[in-house]
Design a protein around this ligand. Structure first.
Ligand code: SF4
Length: 95
């Protein structure tokens, strides 16, 4: 949930007071997430039809929310010293 707040998809007040199921419903309806695992509070961001992350710039292949990117992106082993580059996007690009 902290990731969703940092991405500004959920505001801090909502995160604290709203039922997570309602939040997931709203985000899912808005096409922002694909799945939300309530038990572990793990969510999957929605992807574009191309399979790209919705925050990946299709032209530059850079993350458009780099400073606010989720922890899973921060911890990805392919994250290198190149700021603004998406580890997943780089991989997709090299295919
Ligand atoms: S680092 Fe990549 S997967 Fe993560 S939010 Fe940015 S574009 Fe999406």
């Amino acid at each position: 949930m902290a990731d969703l707040v940092r991405l500004e998809l959920v505001d801090p007040f909502e995160a604290e007071h709203e039922d997570p199921k309602q939040i997931a419903k709203r985000l899912s309806k808005a096409g922002l997430i694909d799945h939300f695992n309530f038990k572990n509070s793990i969510f999957s961001l929605a992807r574009r039809a191309s399979g790209d992350c919705q925050f990946l710039d299709a032209k530059t292949r850079r993350c458009t929310v780099y400073d606010k990117r989720p922890n899973t992106c921060r911890l990805h082993p392919q994250v290198g010293p190149r700021p603004n580059h998406c580890p997943y996007g780089n991989r997709a690009q090299s295919r």
